[in-house]
Write a protein that binds this ligand. Structure first.
Ligand code: K1U
Ligand code: ZN
Length: 176
């Protein structure tokens, strides 16, 4: 298993559209295991392959308190989304320290392959439904900040670029 580096907004690679996984094989099972390890280490409840610079349709999720209920969704397809919508605060491991309100369908039904390559249907509501929509957006190159105003997104961009510069400066200083 391996921890994978997570891309940060405004990295343009987060905008890439993920391609379908051609076959659920050892490579994909290894990717899913590494993504789960990375998600748990980062204290997230979800992670999309796009965020670790792999542009294939793989999502991992675990919304359990105990962190013992991992779910892997490969080539997820949205079958149905409720008309009922709810606005709630979201965060993103690719946009650290930022939380803001996004409106989502309250319930969804999704078809995806599991790690055995079997097609499964998942009905979700509450936090799981929100997380699935957030992660499926990643696979389409969309981030939750894209739902915010251009002004807010611009401020977030400036803040994260500044934080990244500061991080680089500190690392260089420590190495000197
Ligand atoms: O995709 C990601 O970056 C993971 C993201 C998923 C997500 C969080 C909140 C709403 C929708 C989707 C995170 O896990 S960020 C961490 C976080 O905000 C959180 C952690 C535990 C419980 C709830 C939120
Ligand atoms: Zn995210």
């Amino acid at each position: 298993m391996a921890l994978l580096p997570i891309l940060r907004f405004p990295d343009a690679r987060l905008q890439r559209i993920a391609r379908p996984v051609p076959a659920v094989d050892a490579r994909i099972r290894q990717l899913a295991a590494d993504m789960l390890e990375t998600m748990y280490e980062a204290k997230g409840i979800g992670l999309a392959a796009t965020q670790v610079n792999v542009h294939e349709q793989v999502i991992v999720i675990d919304i359990s308190e105990e962190k013992n209920a991992p779910q892997v969704l490969i080539n997820p397809q949205l079958l149905w989304a409720s008309d009922e919508r709810i606005k709630g605060d979201e965060g993103c491991l690719s946009v650290p320290g930022v939380y803001d309100g996004v409106e989502r369908a309250t319930a969804v039904r999704v078809r995806a392959l599991d790690l055995d390559g079997k097609a499964r249907e998942i009905e979700a509501d509450g936090l799981l439904a929100v997380c699935i929509q957030h992660e499926m957006d990643h696979l389409k190159g969309r981030l939750f900040v894209d739902y915010l105003s251009a002004l807010k997104r611009g401020r977030i961009r400036t803040r994260l670029l500044k934080a990244e510069r500061e991080e680089r400066r500190k690392t260089a200083e420590e190495a000197a």
